[in-house]
Design a protein around this ligand. Structure first.
Ligand code: IPM
Ligand code: MN
Length: 389
């Protein structure tokens, strides 16, 4: 069903989160001008700084509004020295709480390098990998593994002697993330940059860990039975870290468990120009929450310096997900327009923030992409959208 009207909750959160969400909103509003799609944007305050000031992680009723929304755009959470009584970072509820509370079991993190983006290796900014060699999507299991709430400690006579983090790998959790990964491989017209093969790589440590042996066996079974035309590929996580950097062109879709996915997706962001470009979708069967992966970056908070591109990528993923979910081709067309605009601005190098060796501010980069969106509409006209509708 096409709704045409959608409720989107913005959760700016902490540190640089509000700065990038502000730019995301700017670009989204530029996209929505003259569009028949209506996205109603509501901001909800919360996170560690909110907790510090008010003693709760969410503004009153905020969590309920986020749960009811059609989609959520999250900035970042976390602030040094602000923790919950249980020791978790304050703001935990907005990220990990929503991931488990809304059963957002797929953490989908595309890693694509666009022309014009530089790599910072050592002190230099230069292009190390070629854009045509970096185009993969990582699927990180998002509700279990080492993040499952199976932690504990043994304290005797006031001394903590043993702490435990238990890694939970379930049949249901493994099957569903593995299926989403194979479906992605099946749905993409082109496979890995290296050879065009549609390939899913299972990243694990099955030479040592029981849970990984089970994860890999499940991967094999689902791959063989349900996706026989997709190539199955395997990597131990330690070896994977160097193959990823040395031969990114081999990878098309990658699937892995929660903690390993946390680590390898940060590493993968180096290929795409750094954390300023990495976006992720936390996706379940009923809910979606989209975010830049970079975190709250306290050092840069309030300075209008960080790169907002990852947030624009997150907005694009959100439009894509909403468009698919509600069969709304106008949203897909808006996603395409955003994609074309970001690609153009990056190729021109006209909005390089400090992490790219440039001096554009966060808001200038947002202005530039919003302008590109309007220019794209002026050049192509609304006709493209009507045709798509
Ligand atoms: C991420 C982050 C989170 C995680 C933190 C903020 C809890 O690092 O989204 O990758 O560990 O999953
Ligand atoms: Mn992380």
């Amino acid at each position: 069903m096409t709704k045409g009207e959608y409720d989107v909750v913005l959760l700016p959160g902490d540190g640089t989160g509000p700065e990038v969400v502000r730019e995301g909103r700017k670009v989204l509003e530029a996209l929505l001008e003259n569009s028949s799609s209506r996205l109603h944007l509501t901001e909800v305050q919360g996170g560690a700084q909110y907790y510090k000031a008010h003693g709760s992680e969410w503004e009153p009723g905020g969590r309920e509004r986020a749960v009811k929304a059609d989609a959520i755009l999250l900035g970042a959470v976390g602030w040094p020295g602000v923790n919950l009584p249980d020791g978790n970072i304050a703001g935990h509820g907005l990220v990990l709480g929503m991931r488990s509370g809304l059963d957002l079991y797929s953490n989908v993190r595309p890693c694509k390098l666009r022309p014009g983006v530089l790599h910072r290796i050592g002190k230099e900014f230069k292009q190390v990998w070629r854009p045509q060699d970096v185009d993969m999507t990582m699927f990180r299991e998002n509700t279990e593994g080492l993040y499952a709430p199976a932690h504990g400690e043994l304290t005797r006579g006031g001394t903590t002697e043993v702490v435990l983090d238990t890694r939970i790998i379930t049949l249901k959790g493994s099957e569903r993330i593995i299926r989403r990964a194979f479906e992605k491989a099946r749905a993409t017209p082109r496979g890995a940059p290296e050879d065009g093969a549609r390939r899913v790589t299972c990243v694990d440590k099955s030479n040592v860990l029981k849970g990984c042996q089970f994860f890999r066996a499940t991967f094999d079974r689902i791959g063989k039975e349900e996706f026989p035309e997709i190539e199955r590929d395997y990597a131990y996580v330690d070896a994977f870290t160097q193959w990823l950097i040395r031969q990114p062109e081999h990878y098309h879709v990658v699937v892995t468990t929660n903690m390993m996915g946390d680590i390898v997706t940060d590493l993968a962001s180096s290929l795409q120009g750094g954390m300023g470009f990495a976006a992720g979708g936390n996706i379940g069967d009923e809910h979606g929450m989209f975010e830049p992966v970079h975190g709250s970056a306290p050092k840069y908070a309030g300075k209008n310096q960080v790169n907002p591109i990852a947030t624009f990528e997150a907005v694009g993923m959100m439009l894509d997900w909403l468009g698919e979910r509600f069969h709304d081709r106008e949203l897909i067309a808006l996603r395409d327009r955003l994609e074309a605009s970001v690609t153009r601005v990056l190729a021109e190098g006209s909005a390089r923030t400090y992490d790219q060796g440039g001096n554009a501010t966060t808001s200038e980069a947002g202005d530039r992409v919003a302008a590109a969106v309007r220019e794209d509409r002026a050049a192509k006209g609304p006709g493209k959208l009507e045709m798509a509708a």
